[in-house]
Design a protein around this ligand. Structure first.
Ligand SMILES: [Zn+2]
Length: 182
């Protein structure tokens, strides 16, 4: 199983918390052993405590980097991008309001400069799966993209027990390239 970015952030933070609480435990034990003058044992507890602190700090740092990566992936501004529907709308409007080709091009060029930049977004869809029970097994009858309505690419693989073949839809749409939610 691969982790999502959110799961990886959560995991790194959980490890950091666990190691911080382990460090506290080792510290308490260290103080206790210092009090009873068991110096060698106290020294070992101190070493364990330092190891836990180091591990916790590394995982905190890792979580911070992953959060930054998530932020960058989510909001990468792109000044060069404009919206296809906006360009379409502009050209359709100008067809009716301009005198000739030269006038159209002139206004079209001006209009393009004024369109606001957009941030490209990954399309996220899901498979709409229809199943049918034919008396002894359930079969997928069709599997369509929730965004464009096209059929999924289905690949055959064996079920967990290795007894039957199951059909798995691809994790992206081959038609509109949307990423599919699990
Ligand atoms: Zn699609």
């Amino acid at each position: 199983m691969t982790m999502t970015l959110d799961e990886a952030i959560k995991h790194a933070e959980e490890v950091a918390e666990e190691q911080e609480s382990n460090a506290h435990m080792h510290k308490d034990m260290m103080v206790f052993k210092q009090n009873i003058k068991h110096n060698i044992a106290a020294k070992l507890q101190e070493e364990s405590m330092n190891e836990c602190i180091e591990c916790a700090e590394e995982h905190r740092q890792l979580a911070e980097w992953l959060k930054e990566l998530k932020r960058l992936k989510e909001q990468q501004p792109c000044e060069d991008c404009i919206s296809r529907p906006a360009v379409d709308k502009l050209s359709k409007e100008l067809v009716h309001t301009t005198r000739d080709k030269a006038d159209f091009l002139c206004h079209f060029w001006e209009g393009l400069q004024k369109l606001p930049p957009v941030t490209p977004q990954q399309k996220i869809g899901k498979w709409i799966i229809n199943k049918e029970y034919n008396g002894y097994e359930t079969k997928i009858t069709d599997c369509k993209c929730s965004i464009c309505g096209e059929e999924a690419l289905l690949t055959k693989s064996y079920s967990m027990d290795g007894q039957s073949i199951v059909l798995c839809p691809s994790n992206y749409c081959p038609n509109c390239n949307a990423k599919m939610e699990k």
